[in-house]
Design a protein around this ligand. Structure first.
Ligand code: FES
Length: 282
């Protein structure tokens, strides 16, 4: 892609180790019935409460809502990061509270977007957790290209997706988008606290960014990312990662094998949900 020419050829970022993807066990809580819990999850008890987020649309199955997007940044060397707002202290209800919030295209983006399914206990969602925000390849049994071309722990680079316009793996239609399974804000934490993220580069994303302010602000060079945690019972879906998805007409969707929920990465919706309060100590 012409826009990638300024980035140096990637070297030394090739090799990979197979492994398994873990899942949390705690389901999210829908907005319905949330009002009674709101006071228990207000700022000051770890930054929960009713939260509006943008995410990939849930298109089928029992999942109650989409999976939250992570806005993308690309550094000057071509490595991908997920935006995470700067932590700052605010007085809320006369108490100092550390928050991380950023206005993006008229919406408040914060770690509350990710506080469901046990993720609210992860160090990576704490505003004060000092992490570099780079996406890194993780062990994956979903994508052969990762196994062959990258090593677990390598930072994700634009050049790794240079074939995104024609990429395919025999699942669904080729040329729709090239995916990777990565980690975010998860260095030096127990494996049970790993934030698993789906990154996709697609011409569809480029088009969406031309037509929508949020997508323009939250994606770069056709790259998008979202927390890969099913909002039903917290399994790990995959975009074009499971051949069995075809049985459910989900070969071109993000498909969750646990109970057949499907998500469309190329339809972004705005939803409310009840973010659970973070755990603030080890
Ligand atoms: S559909 Fe049940 S956990 Fe994903």
């Amino acid at each position: 892609m012409a826009g990638d020419d300024k980035y140096p050829e990637s070297t030394g970022r090739r090799r990979f180790v197979k492994g398994v993807v873990g899942s949390a066990t705690l389901a999210g809580v829908g907005t319905a019935g949330a009002a009674g819990l709101k006071s228990a999850t207000a700022p000051g008890s770890g930054g929960g409460g009713i939260t509006t987020f943008k995410g990939v649309k849930n298109t089928g199955g029992p999942a109650p809502r989409g999976m939250p997007q992570i806005p993308i940044e690309i550094d000057e060397e071509g490595y991908l990061k997920g935006m995470f707002p700067e932590a700052e202290e605010k007085m809320i209800n006369n108490k100092p509270v550390t928050v991380a919030e950023k206005e993006i295209a008229g919406l408040t983006y914060s770690p509350k977007w990710f506080q469901y399914c046990g993720v609210q206990t992860y160090k990576g969602v704490r505003p004060e957790a000092d992490m570099d925000n780079y996406f890194r390849y993780k062990d994956s049994d979903k994508y052969d290209w990762q196994n062959e071309e990258a090593e677990s722990g390598d930072k994700v680079h634009v050049d790794d997706f240079s074939d995104y316009e024609e990429w395919g793996n025999g699942i669904g239609e080729s040329g729709l988008g090239k995916p990777a399974m990565v980690t975010w804000r998860s260095q030096d934490v127990p494996s049970s606290q790993t934030l698993t993220v789906q990154v996709i580069r697609s011409k569809n994303v480029e088009k969406m960014a031309e037509e929508d302010d949020w997508m323009k602000a939250s994606t770069q060079k056709g790259f998008m990312a979202f927390l890969n945690k099913c909002t039903h019972f917290c399994c790990v879906p995959a975009y074009k990662g499971l051949a069995g998805a075809a049985k459910f007409n989900a070969e071109d969707a993000s498909y969750c094998p646990c109970h057949q929920s499907t998500y469309d990465p190329y339809t972004i919706v705005e939803k409310d949900f009840l973010a659970l309060p973070r755990t603030e100590s080890e």
